[in-house]
Design a binder for this molecule. Structure first.
Ligand code: BEZ
Length: 237
C-alpha cells in the first residue's frame, strides 16, 4: 500500500481548486486557502535549468507587478527540489539577460514537488508527453478558490504571458459587468450581452439602445470603454 499512487480526477473549470500544502521558495503555503480574496495563476514548468522554462520565468517575473495590480498572485511548480529551485532562480537573477530583462528576481513562490503529489492532483503529469516532468499547465483560480480557466501546453511550447494577463482582465470584466468577451477581445473592444448561454431575449431587449449592436437574435454587443474596464479591474484589490 505504501508506494501505491492515488489516481486523481482531472480538475475541471468550475471545480474548487484541489487543496494542498507545499514547501516553496517563499516558505510553506496552504493552497488555495492562503490566497482567498486574490486571483491566482498556479502554473507548472517541466524542469529547472532548462531554456524554455528560463525564458518563461524571466518573462512572468518581469510582469509580476502588472498581475499584482489586477489582484493576481503567481505560484509556480515543478517536480524539482527546493535547492534546485533556489540555485536556478539565483542563476536567472545573476547571469541571464533575456530580451532586455536582466537582474530579474523571482519573488513569487515556486513549489517543490518531488513526490509529484501536487502535479498529479492538477493533471500536470501527462505520460504521453512525459511521465517524469510536469507539462506547462496554467490554472486560473478566482478569489473564492474556484478554477476559472485551465490551459495545458506541451514541453516544447513557451507560453504567451500577455494572453494570461488578457485572461485575468477578461474574467474579471465578465464577472463585474455580467457580459462575455468575444474572440481576441481586449479592454476597450465591444463586449457580448447577455453572457453566452443565455441568448434569445437579447435582440428585442437591446435593439435601439445606445451603444448596442445586434448581428442577429443570438449575437448582440455593447460598448464598454477601456477606462471603465481598467478602473474596475485594477482597483479591485
Ligand atoms: C525547456 O524548458 O527548454 C524544456 C524543458 C523540458 C523539456 C523540453 C524543453
Amino acid at each position: 500500500m505504501e508506494n501505491e499512487t492515488v489516481a486523481y480526477p482531472m480538475p475541471r473549470i468550475g471545480d474548487p481548486a484541489p487543496e494542498f500544502k507545499a514547501v516553496t521558495t517563499q516558505g510553506n503555503i496552504n493552497f488555495p486557502g492562503d490566497y482567498k480574496g486574490s486571483w491566482v495563476i498556479l502554473f507548472s514548468h517541466p524542469a529547472d535549468f532548462t531554456p524554455v522554462c528560463t525564458s518563461e520565468f524571466i518573462t512572468f517575473a518581469a510582469m509580476e507587478e502588472k498581475f499584482a495590480q489586477a489582484n493576481t498572485k503567481l505560484v509556480g511548480l515543478s517536480v524539482d527540489g527546493l535547492y534546485s529551485h533556489i540555485a536556478w532562480l539565483r542563476t536567472i537573477k545573476e547571469k541571464i539577460e533575456y530580451r532586455g530583462m536582466k537582474n530579474v528576481e523571482v519573488k513569487f513562490p515556486l513549489i517543490e514537488d518531488i513526490t509529484m503529489e501536487v502535479a498529479r492532483k492538477y493533471g500536470m503529469i501527462q505520460p504521453g508527453e512525459s511521465s517524469t516532468k510536469a507539462v506547462r499547465a496554467v490554472f486560473v483560480v478566482d478569489p473564492k478558490g474556484i478554477i476559472r480557466t485551465i490551459i495545458y501546453y506541451p514541453l516544447s511550447l513557451g507560453r504567451n504571458f500577455e494572453e494570461l494577463y488578457r485572461i485575468i482582465i477578461a474574467l474579471q470584466t465578465a464577472d463585474a459587468f455580467n457580459i462575455a468577451t468575444p474572440a481576441d477581445w481586449q479592454p476597450g473592444d465591444d463586449v457580448i450581452v447577455p453572457p453566452a448561454g443565455s441568448c434569445g431575449v437579447a435582440k428585442d431587449r437591446m435593439e435601439g439602445k445606445e451603444d448596442m449592436h445586434c448581428y442577429d437574435w443570438f449575437f448582440c454587443t455593447k460598448k464598454l470603454d477601456k477606462d471603465t474596464v481598467l478602473k474596475t479591474v485594477l482597483q479591485k484589490k
